[in-house]
Design a binder for this molecule. Structure first.
Ligand code: NAP
Length: 248
């Protein structure tokens, strides 16, 4: 049987670490062609070392910088790479109380988590429309649904991404393009490594499965949504959180 992934071209933003790294490796292992992004040259080079079959390319992308987004798109174009699956994974947080958020920090989080992913999606979805096929998968967060004290800008950015991508899902639904969200709970990566043991213990108590998630838990959900057979699922959020939050 033909490998259903070998003709697929999957762009994973933020593939240099954590969840994005696991997603890139997961799709390369399936046999897909993967392009992973990092904000630095060394990060992009690191991505290329993930597999020996040269199925993963690394390129530079800073979502807070319009020129960087344009350069990333030009690189893809110059290499004749037609992305059929965009995984908007890259994201950042800046944890502090709402009353302490500076204008600069607010703008940085919104640009990295919403505006940058929007402009990247807008550009790539044009070619998906022409190809009459595409998958856009957005990594949001449980806190975009629940809120979280100390993460106002991050939570706002993840809620905004959900509203934005649901709207795009409706606009492209008739073109065989699906747009969905995966909302992780607590996943063990650099992003959560800095939390105090006290907070981690409290989090663990509140997770019904009594374990933190792994980046591979998210990669598997991406595979499911990226599969051509998931064609009737669009505008949805899949919560991957061990039961931490089971609401809509
Ligand atoms: P991570 O380990 O901190 O990695 C973040 C990734 O995003 C890195 O590859 C980083 O690239 C990239 N990135 C950061 N700022 C960027 C920018 N301005 N432009 C482009 N890329 C940028 O994070 P993670 O835990 O894997 O999280 C991945 C996604 O899952 C994020 O969207 C996050 O919000 C979401 N999420 C994570 C958790 C969790 O518990 N870990 C929970 C819910 C949601 P560099 O290496 O070059 O800096």
């Amino acid at each position: 049987m033909d490998n259903i992934w070998s003709e697929r071209y999957i762009l994973v933003t933020g593939a240099s670490r954590g969840i994005g790294r696991a997603i890139a490796i997961h799709f390369a292992n399936l046999g897909a062609n993967v392009i992973g992004t990092a904000t630095t040259t060394s990060g992009a080079e690191q991505i290329e070392l993930y597999d020996t079959q040269k199925k993963i390319k690394g390129i530079i992308l800073d979502l807070t910088n319009h020129e960087s987004i344009d350069r990333c798109l030009s690189t893809l174009k110059s290499q004749n790479i037609q992305i059929d699956t965009l995984i908007n994974n890259a994201g950042k947080t800046s944890d502090r109380l709402a009353i302490q958020i500076s204008e600069e920090s607010w703008t940085d989080i919104i640009n990295a988590n919403v505006s940058g992913p929007f402009f990247l999606t807008q550009a790539l979805i044009r070619s998906m429309i022409r190809a009459r096929f595409g998958r856009v998968i957005n990594i949001t967060s449980v806190v975009g649904h629940t809120g979280n004290a100390g993460q106002a800008s991050y939570s706002a950015s993840k809620s905004a991404m959900t509203g934005l991508m649901k709207s795009i899902a409706l606009e492209v639904a008739s073109r065989s393009i699906t747009v969905n969200m995966i909302a992780p709970g607590f996943i063990e990566t650099d992003m959560t490594a800095g939390l105090s043991d006290g907070i981690k213990e409290k989090m663990l108590e509140s997770i019904p499965q009594k374990r933190f998630g792994s980046p591979e838990d998210i990669a598997f959900a991406c595979e499911m949504l990226a599969d051509r057979r998931a064609s009737y699922i669009t505008g949805q959020t899949i919560h991957v959180n061990g039961g931490l939050f089971v609401g809509s």
